[in-house]
Write a protein that binds this ligand. Structure first.
Ligand SMILES: *Cc1c(COP(=O)(O)O)cnc(C)c1O
Length: 220
C-alpha cells in the first residue's frame, strides 16, 4: 500500500511541491518500500531515530529533521542531515553553524514559526525571526543556510482557520524574502501541510509537504 499511497499523492500535487514522507515510529522496512517507489525525502522528529535509520538505509536519502531539536543533539545529525525544519532560536542556529563548520559543510535550515492558536513552547514570531536575521551573530555564520520557513496549523476541523494560518506563514515568507533574502535563491521553501491539510497548504503557497499517516498508515 505504501507505494500506491505515494503515487497517489504525487499524482495530485504540483511538480514544484516536494513530498517529505514522515516515517517517524515506522520501521526501516516501511521506508525501504517507499524508497523502492522512488521516494527520497524522509522526515523524522527524533534525533536518535533518524541517526539509527540513516546508518542502515541508502546514502542517497535526503533526511529531514522536523521535530524539536535540542542544542546538545545537533552534533549527531550534523554530518548528514539534509534539512532542519525546526530552528526556533539563535542559540540553536549558533550550534548548528558550529557543527556545520566541524563537518566542513553548510547545513540548510528552516525557521519554524508559531502560527497555531494552541499554546506551544516552540516556534518563532515574525519579530523573533527578524531579530535573529538582523543579528551580528547570524551575519557571521558561514555554515548554515536559511532555506525558508516551516509551520504547523492548529489541530482543528475548521478549514478556514487552518487556511488563515497557512496564509499568514506564506506572508511571512514573502516579507522575509524581500527584507533579507531578495537575491538568495536558496531561500525557497514554505514547509506547511500534513496528511489532513496538505491540499489547503498547497493552495496557500506550500512547496514542501510533510506527510506521514496518508503514506504509512496511522501511528499507534
Ligand atoms: C508527525 C508530523 C507530521 C506528519 O503528520 P501526519 O498527520 O502523519 O501526516 C508532519 N510534521 C510534523 C512536524 C510532524 O511531527
Amino acid at each position: 500500500m505504501i507505494k500506491e499511497n505515494i503515487h497517489s499523492i504525487l499524482s495530485e500535487i504540483p511538480k514544484n511541491v516536494q513530498l517529505v514522507a514522515v516515517s517517524k515510529t515506522k520501521p526501516v522496512s516501511a521506508i525501504s518500500e517507499a524508497y523502492e517507489a522512488g521516494q527520497r525525502h524522509f522526515g523524522e522528529n527524533k534525533v536518535q531515530e533518524v541517526v539509527d535509520k540513516q546508518k542502515v538505509l541508502p546514502d542517497d536519502i535526503h533526511w529531514h529533521l522536523i521535530g524539536h531539536l535540542q542544542t546538545n543533539k545537533v552534533k549527531q545529525i550534523a554530518p548528514f542531515i539534509w534539512l532542519i525544519h525546526s530552528v526556533d532560536s539563535l542559540k540553536l542556529l549558533t550550534e548548528i553553524n558550529k557543527q556545520g563548520k566541524k563537518n566542513n559543510r553548510v547545513i540548510p535550515c528552516l525557521l519554524q514559526f508559531h502560527i497555531a492558536q494552541e499554546e506551544s513552547k516552540f516556534g518563532l514570531s515574525f519579530e523573533d525571526a527578524s531579530e535573529i536575521l538582523q543579528s551580528k551573530e547570524f551575519e557571521a555564520m558561514e555554515n548554515v543556510s536559511i532555506a525558508g520557513v516551516m509551520g504547523m496549523a492548529t489541530f482543528t476541523n475548521d478549514e478556514a482557520q487552518v487556511r488563515k494560518e497557512f496564509r499568514l506563514l506564506s506572508s511571512y515568507f514573502d516579507k522575509l524574502k524581500s527584507l533579507y533574502f531578495e537575491d538568495k535563491e536558496s531561500f525557497k521553501y514554505i514547509s506547511i501541510g500534513m496528511s489532513g491539510d496538505y491540499k489547503i497548504a498547497i493552495e496557500e503557497g506550500s512547496n514542501m509537504i510533510r506527510v506521514g499517516g496518508t503514506i504509512f498508515g496511522s501511528r499507534t
